[in-house]
Design a binder for this molecule. Structure first.
Ligand SMILES: *[C@@H]1O[C@H](CO)[C@@H](O)[C@H](O)[C@H]1NC(C)=O
Ligand SMILES: *[C@@H]1O[C@H](CO)[C@@H](O)[C@H](O)[C@H]1NC(C)=O
Ligand SMILES: *[C@@H]1O[C@H](CO)[C@@H](O)[C@H](O)[C@H]1NC(C)=O
Ligand SMILES: *[C@@H]1O[C@H](CO)[C@@H](O)[C@H](O)[C@H]1NC(C)=O
Length: 349
């Protein structure tokens, strides 16, 4: 079908980025012991990333002895020095990069799912563009979602001023409205270095896992351009959504394949050490799987830092599978059941 043909086309394009006479591929691992979130003992549910300095662990690093003004340096300054020393010492095929991955604030689709209950949402309401009062196709942020993003904006302001964190050098976002708006609210008005202003690049493959839900269908490029004038589009970004297909869903293996492709694309074109990604719960879960990070679910408006070691290895990487999109069952009327036991729409009335 159409969507999967296009996907294999893009995979081929992404792998030619790394192709040469000697094939190479990128392999990712997480450097653990840096953030509480990378420790399997940390409870992800209700984790307070704002109250815990982004989860940064208070510790010494082997490079502390050479850290400038080390008696006054903050934990974030000593971490920056550590990452820089890892990058200086590493062989040419290795690099260390700190990713900040943020989930969008609450969108109208999140509020609607809570309102209707998951079975009625999945099997009926989510396939519509909205109801008489609310639109959830390419959902915008609710007031709650806007407040969540502004809270993270205050947090970044404090991290920059008091904790002397190194802010992102480059910014990427999903093309869905809720992420674009979250990124804008989060990073506007900060005291950012002149050489790395907030000019996000929109990447198709940072979008949410594609389901039959209209909240996974993106708007046109012209509409995005009109609403987010300072944002840039990756090369080849199409005017209309090439992937979302009514009543079909992207298999999880395809999603992990395109998460790997988008990371490979970023890591082979961007030399930044500090990178921000604005995305979704399902997509960040997929990126974490590709990076080899433990499962760590994010609530709306939450973010997670991950120190990544990327290694360029010889030979072709493991092949990525591209399965056909799976048809989705729906109900002709919303099922009355509220608990999530009905996740295959077998409870249609
Ligand atoms: C590749 O990454 C995986 C997990 O992310 C890791 O277990 C493995 O050791 C890495 N391989 C090499 C050769 O670096
Ligand atoms: C994790 O925290 C949640 C509340 O935030 C709690 O309900 C749950 O029992 C905790 N899990 C563990 C394993 O401690
Ligand atoms: C880490 O250190 C800071 C100040 O240096 C302190 O305020 C904070 O409570 C410490 N956190 C933990 C978890 O020990
Ligand atoms: C539309 O859905 C929202 C849930 O997000 C709900 O609050 C609202 O009452 C619904 N409107 C109508 C007319 O049913």
């Amino acid at each position: 079908m159409r969507a999967s043909c296009l996907l294999s086309g893009i995979f081929a394009a992404a792998s030619t980025v790394l192709a040469s006479s000697h094939p190479k591929h990128l392999n990712y691992t997480v450097v653990t012991g840096i953030f509480q979130q990378d420790d399997p003992a940390t409870n992800a549910s209700g984790f307070d990333f704002i109250g815990s300095n982004f989860g940064l662990i208070n510790r010494t690093y082997p490079s502390d002895y050479s850290c400038p003004d080390r008696t006054h340096a903050t934990q974030w300054q000593r971490l920056a020095h550590y990452i820089s020393s890892l990058n200086k010492k590493s062989p040419r095929n290795e690099r260390y990069t700190l990713l900040f991955m943020g989930r969008h604030g609450e969108g109208f689709h999140n509020a609607a799912e809570s309102h209707f209950g998951t079975p009625a949402w999945n099997c009926y309401w989510s396939e519509l563009d909205g109801n008489a009062t609310v639109t959830w196709a390419d959902a915008k942020l609710t007031d709650v979602g806007i407040q969540q993003a502004l809270r993270v904006n205050k947090f970044w302001a404090r991290l920059i001023k008091d904790e002397k964190i190194t802010p992102p050098e480059t910014y990427y976002s999903s093309p869905l409205y809720r992420c674009l708006d979250t990124a804008k609210l989060t990073f506007t008005g900060l005291d950012l270095p002149r050489k790395s202003p907030f000019v996000p690049i929109i990447k198709e493959f940072l979008r949410e896992g594609i389901s039959a839900h209209t909240c996974d269908r993106r708007s046109t490029k012209s509409y995005i351009k009109q609403n987010f004038p300072g944002f840039k589009f990756e090369h080849g970004f199409q005017e209309t959504d090439p992937y979302w297909t009514p009543l079909f869903a992207e298999p999880r293996d395809n999603q992990d394949g395109r998460s790997k492709a988008v990371l490979d694309d970023i890591f082979s074109s961007d030399e930044s050490t500090y990178i921000s990604i604005s995305s979704h719960s399902g997509e960040i879960a997929s990126l974490l799987r590709v990076l080899g990070h433990r499962v760590f679910s994010l609530s709306t408006g939450s973010a997670i830092p991950v120190l990544v070691k990327a290694t360029t290895l010889n030979g072709d990487g493991p092949p990525s599978t591209t399965l056909p999109y799976a048809p989705q069952k729906t109900c002709a009327a919303p099922p009355a059941i509220r608990d999530a036991s009905c996740n295959d729409c077998s409870c249609c009335v």
